[in-house]
Design a protein. Sequence first.
Length: 179
Amino acid sequence: MVEDGAAPYHGPVPLDDQSDPLVTVHHEWRLRWSGADAMTAAMSIARAEQLVVARLNAALRPFDLTMGRYETLLLLAISGAGQLPLGRMSDLMMVHPTSITNNIDRLEAQGYVRRIPHESDRRTTLAEITSSGREIVDIASHELQKIDFGLDTLSPKERVQLSRILRKVRTDGAEVGIE
């Protein structure tokens, strides 16, 4: 706990900025505990993720897609053969295999993917993108580009900086067993 004589506030933005509730949380945290900057950074990532995903889902809604299903289609579209094992997709997307199964179920019902058996491994099922799937991922990708993937408030340079910074966090996921 920080003593009554806590250091003056030197947070990321002026304390009187009422447009960002994390400013107050950062200040109050500093009065009680250490690590305010790390807490604020982590909470900022979490809140930004919610906002960006909401923007992406809103842009994808007219195509009856969610961000998860779009990412599944995109992964298949950019793969060399347009097909991948479901387990590999789970690894690449860093999600639980059940999420991939649910995405593939829905996309298959929409006619965007089909399941096919692996040529040499009967235990493995592949997801393969259909021509309709390629068409919808192309259309949806253009729509997401129009809103800069929900990051339109950032400059192009800031987007690159953000990607570089977050890569350090993102690539660390394997160490903690993220599924």
